[in-house]
Design a protein around this ligand. Structure first.
Ligand code: SAM
Length: 261
């Protein structure tokens, strides 16, 4: 039966065989890998992945598509989790996870934030997203794309933009250009904030007024900050601070009692 694409689930199905091949080559799956695919849809990636893997787990919110997948593939090689990827507890799916997907663009940022909590169990993530989102993920301080998404993800992953994908590669075609990103969790020895929640709060607050001087946007906290000691100019703006400087600033505000752990 023909499936009618559902807009509310961000359904744009990949139809370009060359692009599908490039994505699978980028993932480079090995037989025994523990791969989780988010949003398998009509199997554009699922099918070639299953040809290379012993087993694949998929998470699909659309009940019709989940049913179709169950009928199409033997349960021994494909596990279908029917539900919202934002609600999935990935810690239940094992360790050494390789997470992949042509993500529904309407939930891409919340999903990327949701997955941060499981980064310790992840080997890598390969996602197709709106190109504009990937540009923000990999942006460097001082560039217009640098913001909360860049800082939060770069504090946890090394990221590589792999290639662009034009709208014609999908059916229906989205209105935007897409791209593929590889995300590799940073090692245990990475620079870490003393409190992840304090770090999240600081970064969120700093970027609510990205172009304002931090001294102003952090107003009541400003007097507690040893700007010189941290090597941050008091005239600095959020969009100019490196990830390491945000971590140092968050630790400073935590010890000053402005932020709770
Ligand atoms: N992987 C397929 C492809 O490349 O053609 C489909 C990609 S389509 C952009 C996104 C897929 O994610 C759809 O199958 C959609 O039903 C599913 N989806 C949307 N929201 C979801 C959610 N919250 N959790 C899991 N799957 C979701």
């Amino acid at each position: 039966m023909v499936h009618q694409a559902r807009k509310r689930f961000g359904q744009n199905f990949l139809v370009d065989e060359g692009i599908i091949e490039s994505i699978v080559r980028g993932i480079a799956p090995q037989r025994g890998d523990t791969v989780i695919e988010i949003g398998p849809g009509l199997s554009a990636l699922t099918k070639p992945l299953l040809q290379l893997l012993d087993h694949l787990t998929v998470v699909e919110i659309d009940r019709d598509l989940a049913g179709r997948l169950r009928r199409q593939y033997p349960a021994g090689s494909l596990t279908v989790i029917e539900g919202d990827a934002l609600q999935v507890d990935f810690s239940q799916l094992g360790t050494g996870l390789r997470i992949v997907g042509n993500l529904p663009y309407n939930i891409s940022s919340p999903l990327l934030f949701h997955l941060i909590a499981y980064a310790d169990q992840v080997v890598d993530q390969h996602f197709m997203l709106q190109r504009e989102v990937i540009d923000r993920m990999v942006a460097t301080p001082g560039s217009g794309d640098y913001g909360r998404l860049s800082v939060m993800l770069q504090s946890r992953y090394r990221m590589y933009k792999l290639f662009d994908v034009p709208p014609e590669a999908f059916n229906p075609a989205p209105r935007v250009v897409s791209a593929v990103v590889r995300m590799v969790p940073l090692p245990e020895s990475r620079l870490k904030p003393q409190s992840q929640s304090a770090f999240e709060k600081l970064v969120a607050r700093a970027f609510t007024q990205r172009r304002k001087m931090l001294r102003r946007s952090l107003n009541d906290w400003s007097g507690l900050i040893d700007w010189d000691g941290l090597g941050i100019l008091p005239t600095a703006r959020a969009e100019e601070l490196s990830v390491a400087q945000f971590i140092a600033l968050s630790d400073c505000l935590l010890s000053a009692g402005a932020l709770k752990g």
